[in-house]
Design a protein around this ligand. Structure first.
Ligand SMILES: C[S@@+](CC[C@H](N)C(=O)[O-])C[C@H]1O[C@@H](n2cnc3c(N)ncnc32)[C@H](O)[C@@H]1O
Length: 323
């Protein structure tokens, strides 16, 4: 792939404003040192959640907040005047108690003078099955800008199809005219986008990759062509990939060698145009309307109900319907 000026894109290892793609192997704080003040248009990331994943060491929550504060402060330094910071997080879990990480990280951004524009709920279907609470099926993305009205927000580029595009005004001066925006509707702040699990076309060995389509929506709406997109906790390179696909520049740091290798391979494929990604706005797979045999219960309905009732009786939990 060539850049906007018809030049071949290369993957640099050190940051310079002249580069197109920067993949830094090391700590994000070291990469941040080389990034000039107010030079980045979009900072988007999913930091470690401090839950003991293979790439993180679980530390006291106070230590975790301190570590995040250091990175966030540097990110705010490099954020452009019209730019956005999007921090994607889930829950920290301690002895079965959950702490939504966005609630404890919000004050760090607020103290640095940023303004929260949206708290986006990213809903997905797959994840761990809990037995002592409802299984977690969403995470959040908190989107901040500086205190300005002039932040970039290209809503038209990320509109989604209307449910009823043929709907018309039925009264008033516009009666009879179509009432929907022909470009589509605002996607809202609850996004239903499949997460990257085993059958996903983008799956690598990383346990928690972003789906590219999730980041494409941020890149398109919050940056313009040629702008910088930066991910301090890059993992498999997804944020850079979304940037490249839309003619933006991308930079990121990743501390683990095996993920840097995966990221380099995926980024090169994105440059060459051979990376397979799930297209933005592709409807979700529905096993029922696709006659998937796995969607048909193998057990007899009556037998299942009886065995469930027997189980509840054994536990002394069963009550008559009218009790
Ligand atoms: C939640 S994952 C991000 C995955 C990424 N969004 C993707 O699409 O693949 C967090 C990543 O941050 C990396 N990491 C942890 N501490 C880091 C640091 N100080 N600097 C750079 N990367 C770090 C971890 O190795 C891990 O791959």
């Amino acid at each position: 792939m060539k850049n906007m000026f018809g030049l071949d894109i290369k993957i640099a290892e050190k940051f310079s404003m002249e580069e197109q793609v920067v993949l830094f192997h090391g700590s994000c704080l070291d990469l941040l040192k080389d990034i000039p003040d107010k030079s980045i248009q979009l900072i988007i990331t999913s930091p470690p959640y401090n839950i003991g994943k293979e790439y993180e060491k679980k530390v006291k929550i106070e230590t975790y907040i301190k570590q995040q504060a250091e990175v966030i402060q540097e990110c705010v330094r490099v954020l452009s005047d019209t730019g956005s910071i999007c921090w994607q997080v889930g829950n920290y879990v301690n002895n079965g108690a959950i702490i939504p990480l966005d609630t404890i990280l919000y004050p760090l951004f607020d103290d640095l003078g940023l303004v929260l524009r949206n708290r986006i709920i990213w809903h997905f279907e797959h994840g761990l099955h809990c037995s002592k609470r409802f299984s977690g099926r969403y995470e959040t993305i908190i989107w901040f800008t500086r205190r300005t009205k002039n932040y970039v927000f290209n809503l038209d580029l990320v509109r989604v199809p209307q449910k009823y595009p043929a709907k018309k005004y039925f009264k008033g001066p516009k009666a009879g005219q179509y009432s929907c925006n022909p470009l589509g509707k605002n996607p809202g702040d609850v996004w239903d986008i499949p997460n990257v699990k085993s059958n996903h076309v983008e799956k690598t060995e990383h346990p928690c990759q972003f789906p590219v389509e999730l980041i494409e929506r941020f890149v398109l709406s919050m940056t313009n062509k040629g702008d910088w997109v930066f991910d301090p906790f890059l993992g498999t390179g997804t944020s850079i990939i979304a940037a490249i696909l839309h003619n933006r520049r991308g930079a990121g740091a990743e501390i683990e060698k095996k993920y840097i290798d995966i990221a380099r391979d995926r980024i090169q494929k994105a440059i060459d145009g051979t990376l397979k990604t799930r297209p933005m706005n592709k409807p979700k797979y529905d096993p029922n309307s696709n006659n998937n045999k796995m969607a048909i219960p193998p057990w007899d309905k009556k037998e299942k109900k009886l065995s469930l009732l027997r189980m509840l009786e054994d536990q002394g939990e069963y009550r008559c319907e009218n009790s």
